[in-house]
Write a protein that binds this ligand. Structure first.
Ligand code: FCB
Length: 452
């Protein structure tokens, strides 16, 4: 599977291909109550006993709020041309509506200007899960009014940064906020009610379309889109029951988002399955959701195996498994991209997250994470295979720049290509970061050679 794409100039990606690293506000910033920031639903959720595996929270995280400049230097040293980050809504608008927090806005302005000074394109995500707690108190995403508040937040960020960011994504992974946040309840806000989860999903999609329209009306020049977590769903066996399960899971994970965004309707089979748990949809909503996008962001980690019987045992699959117990399955990325390209009229697609958590200790100042390097190489290769078959890909971003707060897993799972020592906040480039650095340098050299 591995090919020497990082050494052969003929294997170069297009010159304008975007190469980045990704993070999100809550996972790295810390300073969760500093300089006027309001609480988010994740600040609250971390206080629930048993919610976070290591009983940690986001109050310190990677101290990125204080260490932003040195982190930007580190990003620049990697040689990427893009950085995907999110703005924390409660940092800039502490109660989610009304008054703005100037210190919070100033922070993101320093971040964006700092990226531009270093020649790195800012890729902004507005909602990477940290909803202001004050809005949750009024029902959060289950309340339709939150969609209008989100539009106001989007316009506020546009007014301050819209002339300098390359791209704005509305939401990160609506499926996660809906299903993990409101159906299984393992993520904030910890609700376990399927009808609520489906209403949340609808309001997230609706607010996405509303924000796109408002941003365009405001003259926004940044490229606009959304980020979905998608994967191919494979039946555990060829049995009719497993295949039916796979079809339904595909409906809930992939088609529930892709169909309304690109075809203007929810999938009929899922609506039928949901019965009384269907969301309330008002006239005109589906048109708004279908507002054309400039790009589609895809976060890919693994495949999903659907089984009508016993849950799939990843350890029996024979595949390498990461520290999250996710199978390493790069061929699934090619298959997913080809399927999206065939089934929908999609704009340029970006891999906005891809990476792996591995147990990778720091020994004598070094982290030999060969498995992560292999993971990145094979998935970049998988993107290239899709492009060779005609899929329009705009870029690829590694999750994550550095080890960080991995939600309900706390700090125990490390996704970074940079190691963070949480006791000292010292950052150390892992071998995978050094590989990415040299891969990007070779890409750049290949383009120079081709131009000469
Ligand atoms: C995605 C999230 C991201 C990170 C990775 C591992 O679902 O968007 O914040 O936690 O998973």
């Amino acid at each position: 599977m591995l090919s020497p794409l990082h050494t052969s100039p003929t294997a170069a990606f297009p010159k304008d291909f975007v190469w980045g690293v990704a993070t999100s506000a809550f996972q790295i910033e810390g300073a969760s109550a500093s300089d006027g920031k309001g609480p988010s639903i994740w600040d609250t959720f971390c206080q629930v006993p048993g919610a976070i595996a290591d009983a940690s929270d986001g109050s310190v995280a990677c101290e990125h709020y204080a260490r932003c400049a040195e982190d930007l230097d580190m990003i620049a040293r990697l040689g990427v041309n893009a950085y995907r980050f999110s703005t924390s809504w409660p940092r800039v608008q502490p109660t989610g509506s009304g008054a703005w927090n100037v210190k919070g806005l100033d922070f993101y302005e320093r971040l964006v200007d700092g990226l531009l000074e270093r020649g790195i394109a800012p890729y902004l995500t507005l909602n990477h899960w940290d909803l202001p707690e004050a809005l949750q108190a009024k029902g959060g995403w289950a309340n339709r009014d939150t969609a209008q508040h989100f539009v106001d937040y989007a316009l506020g960020m546009h007014a301050r940064l819209g002339d300098r960011v390359a791209s704005i994504a509305t939401h990160n992974e609506p499926w996660v906020m809906s299903v993990l946040g409101h159906e299984s309840g393992i993520f904030a806000p910890g609700i376990k009610h399927r009808a609520t989860a489906m209403q949340v999903a609808h309001h997230l999609l609706l607010s996405h379309g509303m924000a796109l329209r408002a941003l365009r009306e405001a003259g926004c020049k940044a490229s606009l889109g959304i980020v979905l977590n998608l994967s191919p769903i494979e039946p555990a066996t060829g049995s009719a029951a497993d295949r039916a399960k796979a079809r339904l899971e595909d409906g809930r994970l992939v088609r529930w988002y892709m169909d309304p965004l690109f075809k203007g309707a929810y999938p009929a089979d899922v609506l039928e399955h949901l019965q009384a748990d269907r969301p309330v949809v008002q006239p005109g909503d589906m048109d708004i959701i279908q507002t054309p996008m400039d790009f589609l962001g895809i976060n890919y980690y693994s495949r999903t195996v659907a089984s009508a019987g016993e849950p799939w045992d990843v350890h029996k699959s024979g595949l390498e498994v990461t520290d999250m117990d996710w199978e390493v399955y790069p061929q699934g990325l090619t298959a997913l991209l080809l399927r999206l390209h065939q089934d929908y009229t999609v704009p340029a697609m970006f891999i906005t997250e891809n990476g792996g958590a591995f147990k990778d200790p720091l020994i004598n100042g070094q982290v030999h994470d060969a498995n992560r390097t292999r993971y990145l190489q094979t998935h970049i290769e998988a993107v290239r295979h899709a492009m060779a078959q005609g899929v329009n890909m705009g870029g690829y971003m590694v999750w994550s720049l550095m080890d960080n707060f991995e939600w309900a897993s706390g700090y125990a799972k490390r996704f970074g290509i940079v190691h963070v020592d949480y006791a000292t906040q010292k950052r150390t480039l892992k071998d995978s970061a050094r590989w990415y650095q040299s891969f990007l340098a070779q890409q750049a050299a290949a383009h120079l050679a081709n131009a000469a």
